[in-house]
Design a protein around this ligand. Structure first.
Ligand code: NAD
Ligand code: UD1
Length: 340
């Protein structure tokens, strides 16, 4: 049987690299496009070490239409998983144009080429940020999309709109996956998240504090309306997330999708507070974490966790890795990159 060829944009990035591994292990041919604006070429070697298969790699910016077009001319692609985007919320507030430009032009160029070269299957990386603070928890896919709190969040909302409008008038079929909070790393500790500079996200900040790179973890707010006063999120292991992408691609390729545009939440369905994360991390790592409570972070949502019912039922997918394993894998990865 001829192998299906999957274009993974942003495939050297955090979630992309884990997805490439899962795709290869399921027998797909993978082609990566990444401009290395937030990742490293060495990730290709790491992927090859895990799977014994070297993914094809093209380095260019998807905002460059000519290069994107000539890529599609040369490569026969059956489906696209589009991860490539800028993702730092704070930076998007400082440099909104850069975010709109990168996240929207890359998407538009890809869709244009998909239409021209008859690529019908498109999986898109969206985010639970589109729900803002939901009125009801757990939040379902039917919950209203609220006004974005950042240009980054807005690029995800606009992208979803572009896709949902496009599928009405073209032969494109698409699935948007709304991720909750991806954490952790591959069990091999060969790939994981490599935050550049000071991490914005909780778990990389915790592991960097534990290893001594950061002096103290600031916990943003302890008077929220939650059992222990700290914010609640739905943390999901990156490999569970990656597996859902393989299922989404298979669903599109085999025409099992129920409509031309589907949306799924990807979370565990469980909410955990910042203090729970700290306690669980201390338990699995054996390291006492230095932390203090500080002011709330502007724009933070009090609590959010996913309804996973729809993804469980329709995709036959369920997150399997528990919180202790997630945090242990993040800790092993931190030690691996520091050669400890
Ligand atoms: P990442 O930064 O690790 O990976 C993104 C990759 O895309 C990087 O390797 C970067 O070099 C590449 N890239 C960016 N712009 C590009 C362009 N114009 N052309 C070619 N390559 C480009 O991020 P990630 O955490 O793996 O996130 C992947 C996707 O998931 C993003 O779309 C992000 O917005 C979305 N997402 C991430 C999270 C999260 O917490 N990590 C949560 C929700 C949604
Ligand atoms: C953030 C983004 C979200 C994005 C996601 C993944 C904001 C407002 N939201 O989500 O759009 O999709 O990252 O990149 O930035 N915390 C601390 N101290 C820290 C860091 C975080 O207490 O040093 C707390 C936060 O207040 C929050 C929780 O930890 O309650 C998780 O934070 P984070 O990892 O940044 O994720 P989100 O804010 O959920």
């Amino acid at each position: 049987m001829i192998k299906k060829s999957i274009l993974v944009t942003g495939g050297t990035g955090y979630i992309g690299s884990h997805t490439v591994v899962e795709l290869q292990q399921k027998g797909f041919d993978v082609v990566i496009v990444d401009n290395l604006s937030n990742s490293y070429r060495e990730v290709i070697n790491a992927i090859e070490k895990i799977t014994n298969i070297r993914p094809e790699f093209y380095e260019f910016d998807l905002c460059d239409f000519e290069k994107t077009h000539s890529f599609f001319k040369k490569n026969k692609i059956d489906a696209i998983i589009h991860f490539a985007a800028f993702k730092a919320v704070g930076e998007s507030v400082e440099k909104p144009f850069m975010y709109y430009h990168n996240n929207l032009f890359s998407l538009i160029n890809l869709i244009k080429c998909a239409n021209e070269f008859n690529v019908k299957n498109f999986v898109f990386s969206s985010s639970c940020t589109v729900y803002g603070q939901p009125d009801e928890l757990p939040v379902t896919e039917k919950a209203p999309v609220k006004k974005a709190l950042s240009p980054y969040g807005n690029t995800k909302q606009i992208s979803e709109e572009i896709i949902s409008e496009t599928v009405k008038t073209t032969s494109l079929k698409s699935i948007s996956l709304r991720y909750f909070n991806p954490i952790g790393a591959h069990e091999s500790s060969l790939i994981g998240e490599l935050p550049i500079g000071i991490p914005n996200n909780l778990v990389p900040f915790i592991t960097q504090t534990a290893i001594g790179k950061r002096e103290i973890l600031n916990v943003f707010g302890n008077e929220y309306n939650t059992p222990d006063g700290t914010c609640i999120r739905d943390y999901i292991h990156v490999v569970d997330l990656a597996k859902a992408h393989v299922i989404a691609v298979e669903r599109l390729l085999s025409n099992k999708n129920k409509s031309n545009y589907e949306i799924f939440n990807l979370g565990t369905g469980d909410g955990h507070s910042v203090l729970e994360i700290i306690k669980t991390f201390e338990k699995v790592s054996g390291v006492k974490l230095n932390f203090k409570f500080v002011e709330r972070r502007p724009g933070d949502i009090e609590k959010v966790w996913a309804s996973t019912e729809y993804a469980n039922k329709e995709l036959g997918w369920k997150a399997e890795i528990n919180l202790e394993e997630m945090l242990l894998s993040a800790w092993k990865w931190e030690k691996a990159i520091n050669k400890i």
